[in-house]
Design a protein around this ligand. Structure first.
Ligand code: GDP
Length: 371
């Protein structure tokens, strides 16, 4: 009767099936508990004993209920996004869900972009992009959650930004929300028992409340799963290759039309029509292998070399890797072709035609050039 048990920290129903969902506790522990035992889920346990936050994922229903609750509160909503996976980490409905509450956009992982890129230009680009999604933020911040000083500066700004309100931190999974919250806990509290957990009414979701210095709290909400993430098709080792850890070094390719670039076996870029020797600058993880070939040979190469020369995916996961789907674009102004979760190709040329390929379900989009 384990499904009757709830975590006494966050109120989530305890379960041993899925470590990424709320209420997880290993079966070895859960099976020993009876209905009267006070028991914490793994997430609350780690929080209580190690002051460490782990992100969990939530279902669409729980997400909607959570947003509904947000809507009834007078709070500041902080939406963390990943600057390197901008389009993949944006929550397009956030403005509608926020109701009358102000939104602050926090663009994380700014350490991955070239240092040469000015902060002003970057902020302006982020602001324009969120506007194009219909989001009207009260402010936009660039941070690196890995960098304590950067989070400290943000915390200070946030104190003015929130005007005495509670703060709700929301974001899709993998944007670095836990890393940020852990830094904040580090900075904001020196005693562990001041942090509390509770749950959103009408959901199975735990929320973590970190006290601010005026009786108000900063609330960490569970990460929202983005369905179209490339990461769903990769195992842990391949994901490490694809996820940039350090400042990304731009790789510049001079291509003639009818030439193709493969990003391992995960994505493909074709230069279809235009002048000779155009410049295509790739912003992907430094560890990801880029292979150049003639477009007419690309299909055959992919069929023969997926999981071998064209890796990741590795030889094992290549067998179930979904076929690449083609998206064609006419470039009219300096643009990026974005492979969600992987990176982008930056293009200065106008009046050319290109195609981007990625597994079905992974977005390939065109946007205004970032760099
Ligand atoms: P969450 O799912 O949003 O809670 O994301 P995590 O905090 O677990 O972070 C996801 C990945 O991004 C981890 O590998 C982190 O180390 C990494 N990460 C988080 N913040 C930053 C950052 O500011 N810069 C870089 N380069 N990586 C980060």
């Amino acid at each position: 009767k384990n499904n009757e048990l709830r975590c006494i920290g966050c109120g989530a129903v305890l379960q041993s099936e899925d470590v990424t969902k709320s209420g997880y506790l290993p079966a070895s522990v859960l099976d020993k508990k009876s209905a009267d035992d006070p028991v914490y889920c793994k997430r609350c346990f780690r929080l209580r004993h190690y002051n460490e936050v782990q992100d969990i994922e939530l279902s669409d229903d729980d997400f909607l209920n959570m947003l509904h609750e947000l809507n009834e509160e007078n709070a500041l909503i902080v939406n963390v996004i990943d600057i390197f996976d901008f389009n993949g980490s944006i929550i397009s409905g956030i403005q509608r869900f926020a109701g009358n509450n102000p939104i602050v956009i926090v663009a994380n992982k700014s350490d991955l972009l070239p240092k040469s890129l000015g902060e002003g230009k970057l902020r302006q680009w982020v602001t324009e992009q969120v506007h194009s999604y219909g989001i009207r933020p009260q402010n936009v911040y660039l941070i690196s959650a890995l960098n304590k000083a950067s989070v400290e500066a943000f915390m200070e700004a946030l104190d003015k930004e929130r005007q005495g309100k509670n703060v709700y931190v929301v974001g899709t999974t993998n944007v670095g929300k836990s890393t940020l919250i852990n830094q904040i806990i580090n900075i904001a509290t020196d005693s562990e028992d001041t942090i509390t957990t509770s749950y959103f009414p009408g959901t199975t979701l735990g929320k973590i409340e970190i006290p601010l210095d005026d009786e108000k709290v900063l609330v960490d909400t569970p990460g929202i799963i983005q369905k179209s993430q490339l990461s769903h098709f990769l195992d842990a080792k391949d994901l490490k290759i694809v996820t940039p850890r350090k400042e990304v070094k731009p790789k510049n390719y001079q291509l003639n039309d009818n030439q193709t670039l493969f990003f391992g076996g995960l994505a493909r870029f074709d230069y279809l029509m235009g002048e000779e020797k155009e410049s295509f600058v790739c912003y992907v993880s430094n560890e990801l292998y880029i292979h150049r070939t003639k477009t007419e040979r690309a299909d055959e190469l992919y069929a023969n070399q997926l999981g071998e020369l064209l890796t990741p995916p590795n030889a094992e996961s290549a067998a179930d890797f979904p076929a690449l789907k083609r998206h064609e674009f006419k470039i009219k102004e300096p643009s990026d072709i974005v492979f969600s979760g992987l990176g982008w190709v930056s293009i200065d040329a106008a009046d050319i035609t290109v195609a981007g390929w990625a597994p079905e379900g992974v977005d390939v989009t065109m946007r205004k050039q970032l760099i």
